[in-house]
Design a protein around this ligand. Structure first.
Ligand SMILES: C[S@@+](CC[C@H](N)C(=O)[O-])C[C@H]1O[C@@H](n2cnc3c(N)ncnc32)[C@H](O)[C@@H]1O
Length: 217
């Protein structure tokens, strides 16, 4: 996988705290066994998620796209005592690995791993999410955010991965289904009066999104 700024990407990793050793083990296992290992968010984004979560101390975290559990374990580092992490994964094999990694490395965390299509599962979950990490199908981002609007807690933070989509959103015209979906999502959020957004050029692009005060609960 080519990143937008490969040298800066390597440097940010080198100059950041490494995080718990089990994360490196999960990354190494995923790299050695999974043909799409690049989907794992990696140490810099992982530390970013852990830091934001620790600052926020959420009661309810929602992750869309568990994969092998790496990012979920990072998010769980900041959970408030008694808090819950709900993570949704469509593929049974990945869900099983994520579940195993959680049981092994964070057995104390109340993990609810929902197996299936997030579009359907979200209809059954109505927790007041404090922190959301969206990292599944890019064509679903807009719909996920719309579904979440009524249930987000006051001051909730929504973190969205891959919003630069390998730099493809910078090309004109933007081509490819996923790049177009991400570009449309970015444009829509920017102009939607209900949301406030900051798109950061961290790794593959991370958007931080907040609901403006006068919308929702
Ligand atoms: C980019 S990976 C997630 C990586 C993970 N967040 C991490 O950093 O370790 C995306 C995951 O979303 C899952 N996924 C894709 N579409 C989905 C959907 N509609 N519902 C639930 N999961 C989905 C894929 O099977 C894949 O495991």
């Amino acid at each position: 996988m080519e990143w937008l700024l490969p040298l800066a990407e390597a440097y940010t990793k080198e100059m950041s705290s490494p995080g718990p050793a089990y994360l490196a083990a999960i990354e190494a296992e995923t790299l050695s066994l999974h043909p799409k290992a690049h989907m794992l968010c990696g140490p810099v984004v992982g530390r970013f998620l852990a830091l934001l979560s620790s600052l926020k101390q959420p009661r309810y975290i929602l992750e869309i796209g568990s994969f092998t559990g790496y990012s979920g374990l990072c998010l769980a580092e900041g959970l408030a005592p008694g808090g819950e992490l709900h993570s949704i994964e469509a593929r049974p094999a990945e869900a099983a690995i994520a579940r195993r990694n959680f049981n092994q490395f964070m057995p104390q965390v109340s993990l609810h791993l929902h197996e299936g299509d997030a579009h359907e599962i979200l209809k059954t979950l109505h927790h007041p999410w404090d922190l959301v990490f969206m990292d599944a199908d890019k064509t679903g981002y807009a719909q996920y955010l719309e579904q979440l609007l009524p249930v987000l807690a006051k001051g909730a933070l929504v973190i969205v991965d891959n919003t630069l989509f390998h730099g493809q959103v910078l090309q004109t015209p933007v081509s490819g289904k996923n790049a177009k979906a991400v570009q449309d999502f970015n444009q829509a959020i920017k102009t939607d009066p209900r949301w406030e957004v900051l798109l950061l050029s961290v790794r593959d692009g991370i958007s931080l999104i907040r609901k403006k005060n006068n919308h929702g609960v």
